[in-house]
Design a protein around this ligand. Structure first.
Ligand code: SAH
Length: 402
């Protein structure tokens, strides 16, 4: 096969190492590379060719990182220029605008990294306050174009940068935070999700401020909460609790180890129309709290477990699996017979099948039988790209505990 003439430096793959690139997987690992011609600097656009010389894809190189090339296009005629970045942002925004599942929400993830063809770019929109998070050198190259595109397409009142993700260190990119455009909001920003109001702190809150990926799951779980005593563990700012109360929960206990989160949780519960739901906030370690419930024989009708990511890499799977099992064991114990346990994992390296096995072991260890009544995943503004199965990270089971 003839090598295509190109003005970009060329990365040639080892023989037999082209399968993932042909499968449009957006990450090329350094171990697959045979040679690099044309002396690219890190952050430069490169062409990726098979060992035969056949052109396969184009991306941005970072020789400091294990993921040596972030692949951006499989179309030989597509150049990586300002128009390219603008188009990708416009497409991502357009997809959200057309998504029926996002009708009536004013807080959504506008760009979800590789799933939107923009590796290392996250953009969340909180009612016109945009939060940009960059986690690859490739995305950093395009920062100013991305910003211009967002300002043009969304007309936000501000764009905040929160590029402080832990993955930055693997890319040798310096963290960066601050206001990129517009004016800082004077306090928490108010958003509306499924008709419910929430205060979000895009500057100081966790991640970019709110867990948008759980939007639809909150509504699903809330359907079991009418008349229920609800325990919302890892509550953050009480989003699941707010939905539960709106669906007629008798009481909600929100448990979190972050004082800041619970402060906003109180604000959020108070934002809703008056209800008869009794609410309380427990600043506690979730494991300790649930063990105490077990010790005292305290149980609830609906228990929600939405912990932070326990496994960040395959090496951590085993330890994380033990932590999920321990957590779910005490979670089952805290659930009344006939009640509901809604349990989640956002560890991408633990897939749905493994998660179900872990929850099963936990049920056995706590001596309970349970039925899976619903399987949950991330919201549609966090789409799963078929060629990048790693983009599926959130899974949840709603279990009826017998
Ligand atoms: N369910 C929330 C999101 C939860 S994020 C929502 O829908 O918005 C995970 C939360 O767990 C964070 O708020 C974090 O502060 C909290 N957390 C982390 N470790 C914890 C621990 N050991 N005990 C209690 N809370 C913890």
């Amino acid at each position: 096969m003839q090598r295509t003439p190109s003005s970009y430096p060329i990365v040639t793959l080892k023989s037999g190492r082209d399968k993932s690139v042909r499968g449009r997987h957006p990450r090329l690992f350094s171990g697959s590379i045979k040679s690099i011609d044309g002396r690219p600097k890190d952050g430069d656009v490169v062409d990726v060719c098979a060992n035969s010389g056949e052109w396969l894809a184009r991306g941005i190189i970072n020789q400091q990182a294990q993921i040596a090339v972030r692949l951006l296009t499989w179309d030989e005629h597509e150049r990586i220029d300002e128009a390219f970045w603008y188009k990708r942002v416009a497409q991502a925004v357009e997809r959200r605008a057309r998504d029926p599942l996002l009708a009536g929400v004013n807080a959504r993830r506008l760009i979800f990294g590789e799933s939107d063809g923009l590796p290392g770019v996250i953009v969340d929109d909180y009612a016109g306050c945009l939060v940009l998070q960059i986690s690859t050198l490739a995305a950093l190259q395009a920062k100013s174009v991305l910003l211009d595109a967002l300002v043009q397409l969304i007309a936000p009142y501000c764009v905040l940068e929160r590029s402080d993700d832990e993955r930055l260190k693997y890319e040798r990119v310096t963290p960066s935070r601050g206001l990129l455009y517009g004016e800082l909001p004077s306090g928490p920003v108010e958003i509306v999700e499924h008709g419910l109001r929430f205060k979000v702190d895009p500057q100081g809150g966790q991640k970019t401020g709110f867990y948008l990926d759980q939007r639809d799951n909150r509504a699903r779980v809330a359907r079991y909460c009418a008349g229920a005593e609800v325990l919302n563990v890892f509550s953050y700012t009480a989003a699941f609790g707010v939905y539960a109360a709106a669906r007629g929960a008798r009481s909600v206990v929100n448990v979190d180890s972050s004082q800041e989160a619970l402060r906003l949780a109180e604000l959020n519960m108070a934002l809703q129309p008056p209800s008869a739901c009794a609410t309380c906030y427990e600043l506690a370690d979730a494991f300790d709290f649930l063990r105490t419930c077990y010790g005292q024989g305290r149980q609830y009708d609906v228990v929600i477990l939405d912990p932070p990511k326990f496994a960040h890499s395959p090496a951590q799977i085993e330890r994380a699996a033990r932590a999920y099992k321990d957590l779910n064991r005490v979670g089952f114990s805290a659930t009344r017979a006939g009640g509901i346990l809604a349990t989640f994992s956002c560890s991408g390296v633990i897939d749905a099948a493994l998660f179900q096995k872990i929850v099963f072991s936990a049920a056995i260890e706590s001596g309970r039988d349970a039925q899976v009544v619903e399987r949950l995943t991330q919201a549609s503004d966090h789409p799963v790209l078929l060629s990048f199965p790693e983009s599926e990270y959130l899974k949840g089971l709603i279990c009826r505990v017998l």
